[in-house]
Structure formats: structure tokens, C-alpha cells
Design a binder for this molecule. Structure first.
Ligand SMILES: [Zn+2]
Length: 180
């Protein structure tokens, strides 16, 4: 997770910096990424705004950290790999994670679960994960320093579970502390 957070530092997004790191079954890094524009698209030529007309915001242009980590992998089969990501994946990244063969998602924060704009994306991604059942979801309770998402309930499993009851009632999902 430390590498994922370090990758996030490279993002030019002024509001949300997200990083992701993929490791194989021997915990060796095979891919990393952060939220940014596609290769060849200069940071100054595209908007980073969150509000306004769709084409004048960052959303149609930015490639998320998880997808970048998958696409930036070192050329190996990602079957059975694990992805560390700072945020619970959106629905688009969820599809890419499952299709790539990644089998575990370790995340720090699900801060958009209750967000008016993004909650439907998270509901969609959880529905996909629950239906697919091939991917283990692990919320990390060990918080590296400095921790970028202070709104996460540090170590408060009860509060987290109450907010995310859909996941916790599903027996195939394990909430486990991250093991380095
Ligand atoms: Zn995404």
C-alpha cells in the first residue's frame, strides 16, 4: 500500500490523488499507476475541474489509478494477483480488475460510498464484485503515515461495517488487516 500511496503523489489532479499497485503471489510488484491523463495528453491541455459541463471537467479524460496499474503492468499475466488501491474501485476499474484476473483488492478508503455523485459508481462496482465472487475485498485498517484520507474511520470496524452492510453480509468477503 505504501507504493500505491507513493504513486499517488505523481498525480497532477489538484483535488484527488489516487495510486494503485499490483503484486503477484510472491508480493513482487508487477504494476503501478496513478490517476492521470493518457500518454501524450499534456496536463496543461485538459481540464482538472470537477464541476461544470462534462467536457470541461476531468472525468472524460482521466484514466484511474487501478486501470493505469493494470495497463502499466510489466507484461505478465495478472491472474491471481493482488491490487492495492487507496480508494475503493469505481465501476469502470472494477470491470478491468475482474477481466484482468486480479483476485484480491486491498483498499484504504471507500470515501465515495456516500457521495451524491459517485455513490452509484460504487454501488455498481460492489454489485459486480458480489456477483462475480472471484475477487477478495480487503479493507486495510493499518494506516500508513501520512494518511491521505482523514475521513476514513481509523480502525473503527463497526462503523465501517454499518456503512457497508452489503459487503459485510456477504460471507465470501473478508475484512482483514493488511499484511506486509
Ligand atoms: Zn476507477
Amino acid at each position: 500500500m505504501g507504493v500505491a500511496l507513493l504513486s499517488a503523489k505523481r498525480s497532477k489532479d489538484p483535488s484527488t490523488q489516487v495510486g494503485a499497485c499490483i503484486v503477484n503471489d510472491k508480493n513482487k510488484i508487477v504494476g503501478a499507476g496513478y490517476n492521470g491523463l493518457p500518454i501524450g495528453c499534456h496536463d496543461d491541455d485538459f481540464p482538472w475541474d470537477k464541476d461544470g459541463k462534462f467536457l470541461e471537467t476531468k472525468y472524460p479524460y482521466v484514466c484511474h489509478a487501478e486501470l493505469n496499474a493494470i495497463l502499466n503492468n510489466i507484461g505478465m499475466d495478472l491472474q491471481g494477483c493482488k491490487i492495492y488501491t487507496a480508494l475503493f474501485p469505481c465501476n469502470e476499474c472494477t470491470k478491468a480488475i475482474i477481466q484482468s484476473g486480479i483476485r484480491e483488492v486491498v483498499y484504504l478508503s471507500d470515501k465515495y460510498a456516500g457521495n451524491d455523485i459517485f455513490k452509484n459508481s460504487r454501488i455498481s462496482s460492489k454489485k459486480i464484485f458480489l456477483t462475480d465472487q472471484s475477487v477478495l475485498l480487503s479493507k486495510i485498517h493499518f494506516l500508513p503515515h501520512p494518511y491521505p484520507f482523514p475521513q476514513v474511520e481509523k480502525g473503527n470496524t463497526t462503523l465501517y461495517k454499518s456503512r457497508c452492510s452489503l459487503l459485510t453480509t456477504h460471507h465470501s468477503l473478508i475484512f482483514a488487516p493488511c499484511k506486509f
